[in-house]
Design a protein around this ligand. Structure first.
Ligand code: FAD
Length: 391
């Protein structure tokens, strides 16, 4: 009997999931401490690195695992059920490397992707600014010509693995006021000098991931340009497109963690002489949440498989993130409710997941931005002159 729909994973994908599962005990032991002290989950990341999981998404030729997006989703789900922060650290490594993998020169791929897998030198994705998050075309970080290379000046906000990474993919404006047409991307190494990290943000959730403002006033040579003006925002958005499916899977992991705990609790905890689950007010809510998790999983894995098959998932990926993060919101809310007073007191899995989950509705494009992406896609499909448009 199955209540929550489970994806059929092929042998290779299942091996990756099992590798993550093996680290689960380490995660479970440390997750509350990671959250409570807002510290990096070093022991879990070490174990995941030893299992090849931190570089699983990169091709074998760069020391990676050559894993599919489907496998990556399965790993995200497993990790996030127990320690969402650890899932976030691994996802952040993927997001930083993705633009290099997608559009990097042979030399850039060789250097930065091998550095990640073989030397544990991380690269972060630095797009957002305090005044330009959902609307990155409005960024003010600037790149100007200097001594045959580029001077990069500006600040990037909330950057994942900030202060821990060795390099940053920095998006910067080359022609002030020109919007997306002027935005280029560069690889900046901390060793270049002129890169400083503020103290990590004190976050409500995902407290084991380091997010901070990074300030740049540095010079890089031409060969550090990753994407030329006009191409960089497209590169960023395509990295976010696959990243969104990953976030959908993270959210599902959090939803499953909370739902499993709540369902277990509701069958043993009695009120008014019967288990909570037998009170329709609770039983029906569990039924609704389980159905949303099943539906979200089916969508998320279908989209991951479409990506693995080379299909364009820009709209379906946005739908997966939108649906799964909202389903997860309902699931973690119910988790706390079912546990009552105990669910409101630390340390508690449901209390932690309740706070962690909220970030999934914000990073890699907020809920509203997913709706914007989908609505624009609908307009493109149905406008006059298009396939589905009016005759
Ligand atoms: C934990 C965490 C990790 C992060 N990691 C990274 C990272 O590694 N790299 C990086 O570059 N950034 C990162 N970010 C930043 C993140 O991507 C931005 O916070 C996000 O894109 C939203 O931008 P904003 O915070 O400026 O919100 P705003 O853009 O100011 O939006 C505020 C609100 O307005 C809504 N809104 C905006 N525009 C519209 C519209 N057109 N229609 C309707 N509603 C709208 C938004 O949905 C949101 O609800 C991270 C953020 C968090 C919280």
């Amino acid at each position: 009997m199955q209540v929550i729909w489970s994806p059929q994973l092929d042998e290779k994908d299942a091996q990756w999931r099992d590798a993550a599962l093996q680290v689960s005990n380490t995660l479970a032991r440390h997750a509350a401490d990671v959250d409570g002290r807002q510290r990096y989950p070093g022991e879990a990341v070490d174990a995941l690195h030893a299992a090849g999981v931190t570089g699983m998404f990169l091709p074998v030729e760069y020391g990676g695992g050559g894993a599919s997006a489907t496998a990556f989703c399965a790993v995200m789900e497993e990790l996030a059920q127990v320690c969402a922060s650890t899932a976030g650290v691994v996802a952040t490594l993927q997001l930083g490397a993705q633009p290099v993998l997608a559009v990097g020169s042979a030399a850039q791929k060789q250097k930065y992707l091998n550095a990640l897998t073989r030397e544990r030198k991380a690269i972060s994705f630095a797009l957002s600014e305090r005044e330009a998050g959902s609307d990155p075309a409005n960024m003010t970080a600037a790149a100007s010509r200097e001594r045959g290379g580029w001077r990069i000046r500006g600040e990037k906000a909330w950057i994942g693995n900030g202060g821990l990474s060795d390099s940053y993919v920095v998006f910067a404006q080359t022609v002030p006021g020109s919007g997306r047409k002027g935005i280029a991307a560069f690889i900046v190494e901390v060793a270049d000098g002129g890169v400083t990290a503020d103290a990590p943000e004190d976050k409500m959730g995902m407290r084991g991931t380091s997010n901070c403002t990074i300030r740049f006033d540095t010079w890089v040579a031409d060969d550090r340009m990753l994407a030329p003006p006009g191409e960089a925002l497209r590169t960023a958005l395509s990295a976010l497109t696959v990243g969104r499916v990953t976030v959908a899977a993270q959210a599902l992991g959090m939803a499953l963690g909370s739902y499993n705990a709540a369902a277990r609790r509701a069958t043993v905890r009695k009120a008014f002489g019967q288990p909570l689950v037998d009170h329709q007010g609770i039983g029906f809510q569990l039924a609704e949440v389980s159905t949303r998790i099943s539906a979200g999983r089916a969508l998320c894995y279908q989209v991951a498989r479409a990506y693995d098959a080379g299909e364009d998932i820009s709209l379906l990926g946005a739908q997966a993130k939108l649906f799964c993060t909202e389903a997860a919101h309902a699931a973690v809310d119910l988790g706390v409710q079912v546990f009552g007073g105990e669910g409101f007191v630390k340390p508690s899995l449901v209390e932690r997941l309740y706070r962690d989950q909220r970030a999934t509705e914000i990073y890699e494009g907020t809920t509203e931005i997913q709706k914007l992406v989908i609505a624009r896609g609908i307009k493109r499909q149905f406008q006059p002159g298009s396939n589905l448009g009016p005759a």
